[in-house]
Design a protein around this ligand. Sequence first.
Ligand code: 4AD
Ligand code: MG
Length: 430
Amino acid sequence: MKPTFISEIAHHLDKRTIVRGWVYNKRFSGKIGFLQIRDGTGFIQGVVVQKDIPEAMWELANKITLESSAIIEGTVTKHPRNDVYELQVSNIKLVQMAEEYPIGKKEHGPDFLLDNRHLWLRSSKQWAIQRIRNTIINATYEHLNSTGFIKIDSPILTPAACEGTTTLFELEYFDLGKAYLSQSGQLYIEAAIMSHGRVFDFGPVFRAEKSKTRRHLTEFWMMDAEAAFVEHDENLKIQENLVSFIVESVLKKNQAELKILERDIKPLEKIKAPFYRMTHAEAVAKLHKLGSDIKEDDDLGGDDETLIMQDLDKPLFVEKYPAKVKAFYMKRDPANPELALCADLLAPEGFGEIIGGSQREDDYNVLLNRIKEHNLPVKAFDWYLDLRKYGSVPHSGFGYGLERLTGWICGTPHIRETIPFPRLINRLYP
Ligand code: 4AD
Ligand code: MG
């Protein structure tokens, strides 16, 4: 008999089938027992009745430990009351009897769970988060591919900074001196748009940030998108369409997971383009009214981001930050050169920044001066400056943090739960 995935079990109603997985819970009362089985695709209850199976198998079912692996045969039935599928177990083949499982029913602290991340990943909420993360990744490819973007990979080992020198991880690189782990593939995909028009990358990036907040990891996954002949306003439209599509995909494909996470889906159902827009100056004025002491030319802090979103039911683009708090490559606003043609996209429900983006400086001399003003090594940026010599065009792009996006959609405040193996300033294990 061919094994079945639990997600496909409905097609086997009233038939005998085989499920291969792990026992994640069990309960016995008298002559009947219930094994909760998971196989990665879903969950099902196996019903074991003493009189229906050989004595040795009944004993095995009684002593099987949590997280033991097994191949379980039975007939698929539908529970008369709640429409849930069950397996009337006729055979249990043990694959491995698990040792006493360290993650139990009692509450564990975050440090214990993170030390056991390799096992914690099996817990139903962690399972649900990774499934939703997977949908977000696929929806991104699907939407961008269908709107003219191709995926192109950027390097991880780089000769210079992209996002400011204070958060660079550096290493010795043979005879060439220092190399740095990429903070964002943006600069490289700017080169690629001159070949392909619209491109995106998707991969791990690194920030040696000393921040110990619920929104910061030292290694996380970024999707950078970049498009030729796209200016500031169109850049925002591309972002809001992408984010709307991603949320819609999760709502379509992950209802079971959202339920496991006890995620209120009403706020997600409202996520439809267009999103709100506000300039940085307007944001500062609103924040002052709400009691923040942010200064006119400050970047928004995490608390400001939470505060400004408290009465908004859709994401907000905060546009045109003071150029001096933003990266060297951003184009200035022709109407006010003190401001950058940029926007951060803030998610509602207190989640804060999920995307950073801007129009890029496309003039050779202006960009050269910016690089010098920021004390960056001009030599390492020769290639990037070249892009402004050979058919320079107006262009824009943005990057999302996959863990921030997943955290918001899952309703998981601390993003360390949204990446399989989080890297934090005080955590490198497992
Ligand atoms: O705002 P950031 O720094 O922008 C860039 O890196 C641009 N080069 C992107 C681009 O225009 N192509 O980072 C982009 C996003 C942030 O909005 C946030 O979601 C996420 O990356 N992010 C982090 N996520 C987790 N941990 C950190 N330390 C993060 N830093 C940024
Ligand atoms: Mg940012």
